[in-house]
Design a protein around this ligand. Structure first.
Ligand SMILES: NC(=O)c1ccc[n+]([C@@H]2O[C@H](COP(=O)([O-])OP(=O)(O)OC[C@H]3O[C@@H](n4cnc5c(N)ncnc54)[C@H](OP(=O)(O)O)[C@@H]3O)[C@@H](O)[C@H]2O)c1
Length: 276
């Protein structure tokens, strides 16, 4: 690590306190909700963003009960471009931004309307780029801050039947890792956090077969396990983080095996997982 990078790391680390304010998008369910509650347990102030206000209110109460001193909720549809300036108003008061909201569709790419793919890419990649650009700019002015972008193991290989999803997640890693390197020495870090299969509502909304998912569930993590690893990144930020031993093994194989083999095996696995 260069002296400049070392300085950047320490200047961020010195400012990490439990009184910091974290903004979590997609906080109404799954990984985002579990992360909000874990951050609450560790005493962070919170701002929770998603569309479903009733679900956000439930998470708000749980995070307060867990120990957060202050939890605000912001009901926003992040696909609506009018939401971007509203979210950006939070930047001055945000020490840690967690870009977690994401969607996907498990289906034949050409039998899925283009509008669905565009929504996936807009929410998972374009909004992540817009939010991290604006917030990191404000953080750089202040001299410290952290952005955690939730990508996926799907970023590291092409996945037939999840084509736009895996492409959007690859974008998040390439964008985040480059930005993190450019920000060395500024006190601002960008983490690309890449979970593997995790039990959440995502499986249902994306069109997975519940029976098939059950068969592979022993390889999956719970939202709470993933949330713990996300929160650890605040004290130990790294450019790319893969949570859990099974996911780390998968990642090692993704780097070693030929791309054509990975695509073929991905096709078999995800074709089985599709709701028929
Ligand atoms: N589950 C997995 O296996 C897995 C694996 C790797 C990566 N991930 C990633 O982890 C992240 C969280 O997913 P999850 O598994 O926890 O799924 P989830 O339970 O379905 O959560 C998705 C969250 O995104 C929010 N969201 C969706 N569309 C939105 C919009 N237009 N505007 C604002 N918020 C929106 C949802 O809230 P509302 O519906 O209330 O808006 C919800 O809070 C995603 O980025 C996903 O790609 C998941």
């Amino acid at each position: 690590m260069s002296k400049l990078e070392e300085y950047g790391k320490h200047s961020f680390m010195n400012r990490v306190q439990s009184s910091n304010r974290c903004l979590v998008t997609g906080a109404s369910s799954g990984i985002g909700a579990a992360t909000a509650i874990e951050l609450g347990r560790q005493g962070y102030k919170l701002c929770l963003v998603a569309r479903r206000k009733d679900r956000l209110e439930e998470v708000r109460l749980k995070a307060l009960e867990a120990g957060s001193p202050e939890v605000e909720v912001l009901a926003l549809d992040l696909l609506d471009e009018k939401s971007t300036p509203i979210l950006n108003e939070q930047a001055e008061r945000t020490d840690v931004l967690i870009n977690n909201a994401g969607i996907g569709t498990l289906a034949h790419a050409l039998d899925t309307p283009i509008e669905t793919h565009l929504k996936t890419v807009t929410l998972n990649a374009v909004r992540v780029m817009e939010h991290s650009h604006y917030f990191a700019l404000k953080m750089r002015e202040r001299g410290y801050g952290l952005v955690i972008n939730i990508s996926s193991l799907a970023a590291f290989q092409s996945i037939p039947y999840l084509a736009s999803y895996s492409a959007s997640k690859a974008f998040v890693v390439q964008w985040g890792e480059s930005l993190d390197s450019e920000l060395a020495g500024t006190g601002v870090r960008i983490v690309s956090f890449c979970p593997g299969g995790t039990w959440t509502e995502f499986m249902d909304t994306a069109g997975y077969s519940a029976a098939e998912v059950k068969k592979i569930s022993r390889w999956m993590q719970s939202s709470e396990e993933v949330a713990l690893e996300i929160v650890k990144c605040i004290k130990n930020p790294r450019a790319v983080v893969i949570p859990g031993a099974t996911n780390q093994l998968t990642y090692a194989l993704q780097k070693m095996l030929p791309r054509s083999w990975l695509t073929r095996s991905g096709k078999k696995i995800y074709s089985n997982l599709m709701r028929k």
